[in-house]
Design a binder for this molecule. Structure first.
Ligand SMILES: N[C@@H](CCC(=O)N[C@@H](CS)C(=O)NCC(=O)O)C(=O)O
Length: 254
């Protein structure tokens, strides 16, 4: 087992990707430092000194002395970007936490689920919140993910890093539907809330109830804090068409 080293996570409240990592760190009972980045008002030092490959969050620093905002990690510290790679790394360095199951078939299922979240669910959520994708098409994708859940328990039975990728998206979808803080009509938001409470999504509701009962979810998800940031992001989107660093859409002039 590698020797324990200091862990520092660069995170942002509004991003689902570092949220994944925080969930896994909490499940592992890890000791770690968090440095918060405001993605809507990002300071230059972050991209210059910490993550020159795009200035994205998360990045996990493994080793080196304690870090403060504005500082560069030391040369002997390892920098790990990409949330799914970080999750696998945490499963490796915290084997007792069982962030990945022992059974190779279940491990493969975790990885397939994570690929599906990144290629399908994440895009569906962004499309729904910002880009005018319909509620029906979004719920259809969600139904496909519900169908992957076993009859009870978490994504592959025991909690795993597959739950770490799923939870941040479900949390944000619930928040957007409950508050209407998206590029969606209030009646669509209401219809979405009702759909998620209906028998069609009974298994997903049970999953969500089980997940929210876990301390790792309670510790990493603060809907009030998220609402405030989501409101800022929507205001910027309405004025500028900016979804994020990579996506900007034309805004109607009338
Ligand atoms: N594939 C990456 C995606 C990370 C990512 O896109 N992060 C966004 C936030 S959601 C970011 O930091 N964007 C930089 C910016 O908005 O300035 C991962 O899984 O870690």
């Amino acid at each position: 087992m590698p020797e324990a080293k200091r862990i520092t996570l660069y995170s942002a409240v509004d991003s689902p990707f570092p949220h994944r990592v925080r969930l896994a760190l909490e499940e592992a009972g890890a000791t770690y430092d968090t440095i918060w980045i405001d993605l809507m008002d990002k300071e230059e030092w972050y991209e210059e000194k910490v993550n020159p490959a795009g200035g994205k969050v998360p990045i996990l620093i493994y080793g080196g002395p304690k870090l403060h905002p504005g500082e560069a990690p030391s040369a002997d510290a390892v920098r790990i970007p990409e949330s799914i790679v970080i999750l696998e790394f945490l499963a490796d360095i915290f084997p007792d936490a069982r962030l990945l199951p022992e059974d190779p078939v279940l491990r493969a299922r975790v990885r397939l689920f994570n690929v599906a979240v990144d290629t399908k669910l994440q895009n569906a959520l962004m499309g729904f919140i910002f880009l005018g994708a319909s509620l029906d098409s979004t719920l259809a994708v969600l139904e496909d993910f519900q169908a992957m859940l076993p009859p009870t328990g978490f994504v592959v039975g025991e909690w795993s890093i597959a739950d770490a990728t799923f939870i941040p998206i479900l949390a944000r979808l619930h928040m957007v539907l409950r508050t209407g803080l998206g590029n969606i009509l209030p009646e669509v938001a209401k219809e979405g809330v009702e759909a998620l409470r209906s028998p069609r999504f009974a298994r997903l509701k049970q999953y969500w109830d089980d997940i929210t009962a876990r301390p790792s979810t309670a510790k990493t998800w603060n809907e009030e804090e998220m609402r405030a940031i989501a409101a800022r992001r929507m205001e910027r989107f309405r004025k500028t068409g900016i979804v994020n660093r990579d996506i900007r859409v034309p805004i109607p002039t009338t």
